[in-house]
Design a protein around this ligand. Structure first.
Ligand SMILES: [Zn+2]
Length: 386
């Protein structure tokens, strides 16, 4: 199918629906009231304003969420009172739903503080999604590429359907034979109802692990090498090659799409260069670097390249004096006070002292910055506008 290329792995959708590889992420947040107000002021306390309709049934009387409460975006998060001015209500700002796991009321480091610091621990349940990372105990990591319907997965003669499918090309170069042995050990243990001893160095050339577990598998009526005949889940046709199938311990790794995905339409720009800023938490752009540029050049997709690097970045329209070629000399002339400043924009070259030589060109905004920096170093930039 191609969904197992380059360390990607296919997961049985039915297993996923039964809770396969479910995990929770714990996130803690410290809220220190003494940081919200100037030193020495004691007028901030956690609490709710009685009868506030926004927090009925949502927050406890101490101004904190109930333990076990489900929070979603926009829910009341916590509330504190300024004894002089009134209530401040904070809302839950993460887009991810969570459950309040526990709340700790903290003092300061010496224990002499006034319990104005609070630590809220939230539990975020995370089912695997496409793009999440998994690994066995042998460093064989992989990315979930597709949740495959169980009825279309290959099955064994006894009707068993695997949870995970991965590509055997990951083994020869990495030489993680341990995973194959674990698979055989797990399979034989499951068949015989055993717990295997996993102490290292107990097997040798003479007494090999393959021999030991192979004999066990054979005794249970399976293939010595741990392979089985599989049938295509789509056509039902017997697969030509025997497939190695067994029991392996898999872990979920903490690189999840929901922590990493990034989108931007338009948004914040850098003050100096006017290019989109970077960073996931500020809705920034993803850098289109030199290597990406090379790729588009190699494809001959110059329109796309221009679009990425110019229109979607820091396109700007600059005024140039055609006569002296300067980008810096044209200045917006101050209109007479009776005119509308928006409608009658007149640029004037301060070097040539005329306005009929001014033309507009679209240039990257950084280029104007570059010209200004060069001017600061006494280097003149002259544009030939055709
Ligand atoms: Zn000029």
């Amino acid at each position: 199918t191609g969904y197992d290329m380059e360390d990607a792995m296919i997961v049985n959708k039915a297993s996923w629906e039964r809770g396969f590889a479910h995990g929770s992420v714990y996130k803690s947040e410290f809220i220190d009231l003494s940081e919200k107000i100037k030193q020495g002021d004691d007028s901030l306390v956690f609490g709710v304003k009685p009868g506030d309709p926004r927090i009925v049934q949502k927050l406890d009387d101490d101004g904190l969420p109930f333990i076990g409460a489900q929070l979603q975006y926009g829910d009341p998060y916590y509330s504190y009172l300024n004894l002089n001015t009134g209530e401040s209500l904070m809302y839950y700002k993460s887009k991810e739903n969570c459950i309040v796991d526990n709340i700790k009321v903290c003092s300061n480091d010496t224990g002499s503080g006034k319990f104005k610091c609070i630590c809220i621990t939230m539990r975020v349940p995370r089912n695997p999604t496409i793009g999440d990372k998994f690994a066995s105990r042998h460093g064989q990591k992989g990315i979930l590429s597709r949740l495959w319907p169980a009825e279309d997965m290959p099955f064994t003669e006894s009707g068993m359907v695997p949870d995970i499918l991965f590509n055997p090309h990951g083994f020869p170069s990495r030489m993680t034979i341990g995973m194959l042995i674990e698979s055989m050990a797990g399979k034989s243990a499951a068949l015989h109802g055993l717990c295997h001893d996993a102490t290292p160095f107990i097997f040798s050339e003479e007494n090999s692990a393959l021999e030991y577990f192979g004999e066990m598998l054979k005794a249970a009526g399976y293939n010595f090498y741990g392979t089985e005949r599989l049938y295509s889940g789509i056509s039902g046709v017997e697969l030509e090659a025997d497939i190695f199938i067994g029991v392996v311990y898999y872990q979920r790794l903490r690189h999840m799409v929901s922590d990493k995905f990034q989108v931007r339409t338009t948004g914040a720009r850098d003050k100096v260069t006017n290019q989109p800023i970077g960073g996931r938490n500020v809705q920034g752009g993803i850098r289109f670097g030199e290597m990406e540029r090379d790729a588009l050049l190699a494809h001959g997709t110059s329109f796309l390249l221009h679009d990425r690097l110019f229109n979607c970045s820091d396109r700007s329209v600059a005024h140039v004096c055609v006569k002296c070629g300067s980008l810096l000399s044209p200045l917006l002339e101050k209109p007479p006070p009776s005119w509308s400043a928006m409608r009658n924009r007149k640029y004037n070259c301060t070097l040539c002292n005329r306005s009929d030589t001014i033309d507009t060109v679209s240039v990257p905004y950084v280029f104007r910055y570059f010209v200004a920096e060069l001017a600061a170093m006494n280097i003149k930039v002259k544009l030939d506008v055709i």
